[in-house]
Design a protein around this ligand. Structure first.
Ligand code: HEM
Length: 409
């Protein structure tokens, strides 16, 4: 069969039939390199293999990996501002740095800690909807999904966002730069915007040192002198990662979930009739059309066997989360949206192992509040067009816009 090409246009419209074919015929598959200038890479399409790799300590985020995911050589990366920030992202780090930095923020992201944000998120969603319900139509992505996650994460961090659009453009440009097959132009743009955001964060930190408040950044700044504390560059990186990861995925999750419900009116009606189904529905909607289709590339630290194939030390591996979430060996009738399905704790929407999403509780909370509020405040929600525009991105799956019409309840 043809080598899997992660940059295939077809994947943007509907990746699932392509994944199915590889899962059936060659589930641990040596496909085209994510960057044209690099070596071939392994792609995993089965749930069991994806879970095994994500949980294994043999697969690491080796520094050399930069050369697999970015259009630069490791030597060049040493001196350039985008990589200086990205290289300290916990998402791209290994223990012990990963363990130290992640444990400094874990507490702020537990279910209880993020649950405290519920009234605030509800207020934000209500305020956004107040301005929209009278119109009888909106672009659900730009009017609702896009403004919310940045406002939530900025509040949690305690960072002032004077120009939200600038942060959204920046975040999207980082997503483009990290996408497979990305070009030098996208990379340069992200590098330029990252420099601006980092400068703003440094000013913010200076002000917060003088006037600490009750927020995550103030408490991390206060603990900077502790032995196990994080330094200023690490805190800069952490803030950029949280603002990036919190935005890109959640915007897509909201758009994909509303779209799936509109395309399955029986499921939408079931949810309207019984809002108690909401938590399970959110899990199923995330499985059905996952916002993050592929994990960050991992590198094999030693020779290892996966799903019957022998991988060599240094090989790069991509876990195709979107394919694992539609694996019939894990989910019965996986292409069917069933909001009453019991998914259980072992999903790979949020990854597994040490890099399992830090924002999992926050993301679920945001989705439950958005969907719950839409159902309560809006009736006869309808798609205004069946021409869907998907993001030009392989890793993130989401709509660029979702025009809908409705009546206020
Ligand atoms: C529906 C929304 C979300 C999805 C589907 C999602 C998915 C993921 C996945 C799959 C990973 C691991 C990637 C890998 O293993 O290579 C991850 C990591 C991460 N996510 Fe999320 N995420 C979401 C929302 C959020 C939010 C709201 C935040 C924070 C505000 C967040 C922060 C992070 C961080 C910091 C990591 C890195 C964790 C580590 O490396 O230890 N995410 N996310």
């Amino acid at each position: 069969m043809e080598k899997f090409n992660p940059c295939l246009d077809l994947l943007q419209q509907d990746p699932y039939p392509v994944y199915d074919e590889y899962r059936r015929l060659d589930p641990v598959h040596l496909g085209m390199p994510p960057m044209p200038q690099h070596d071939e890479s392994w792609y995993l399409f089965r749930y069991a293999d994806v879970e095994a790799v994500l949980r294994s300590r043999v697969f690491i985020n080796d520094r050399q990996k930069a050369s697999h995911t970015l259009p630069c050589t490791p030597a060049l990366l040493e001196h350039e501002p985008l990589w200086r920030v990205l290289s300290k992202w916990i998402l791209l780090s290994d223990p012990p740095a990963h363990t130290r930095i992640r444990s400094s923020v874990n507490r702020a992201f537990t279910r209880n800690a993020t649950g405290v944000l519920a009234p605030l998120i509800q207020e934000m969603v209500d305020r956004l909807l107040d301005g929209l319900v009278v119109r009888g139509e909106m672009d659900l992505v730009s009017d609702l999904a896009r403004p919310l996650p940045l406002a939530v994460i900025a509040r949690l961090l305690g960072i002032r966002i004077e120009n939200p659009e600038q942060f959204r453009v920046w975040s999207r440009s980082v997503a483009d730069a990290l996408d497979m097959g990305t070009g030098q132009e996208a990379y340069n743009r992200a590098m330029h915007l990252m420099t601006e955001i980092v400068a703003q964060l440094r000013i913010e930190f200076r002000d917060k040192r003088q006037q600490p408040e009750d927020d995550l950044v103030s408490s991390l700044l206060a603990s900077m002198d502790d032995d196990e504390g994080i330094d200023e560059d690490e805190l800069i990186s952490l803030c950029t990662l949280l603002m990036f990861a919190g935005q890109e995925t959640t915007i897509d999750a909201i758009g994909n979930s509303v779209l799936a419900l509109l395309q399955h009116p029986d499921q939408l009606q079931m949810l309207r009739d019984d809002p108690g189904l909401l938590p399970g529905a959110v899990e199923e909607l995330l499985r059905y059309n996952s916002p993050l289709q592929m994990s960050v590339i991992r590198i094999a630290a030693e020779d290892v066997e996966i799903g019957g194939r022998q991988l060599r030390k240094g090989d790069s591996v991509t876990a195709v989360l979107g394919a694992a979430n539609r694996d019939p060996d894990r989910f019965a009738d996986p292409d069917r949206l069933d909001i009453t399905r019991s998914i259980g704790a072992r999903d790979v929407v949020f990854s597994q192992g040490i890099h399992r999403c830090l924002g999992v509780h926050l993301a679920r909370l945001e989705l439950q509040i958005v969907l719950g509020t839409l159902l309560r405040r809006i009736k006869s929600l309808q798609l205004k067009s069946d021409q869907l525009q998907w993001r030009q991105n392989i890793v993130f799956r989401g709509l660029t816009s979702l025009p809908v019409s409705f009546e206020a309840s």
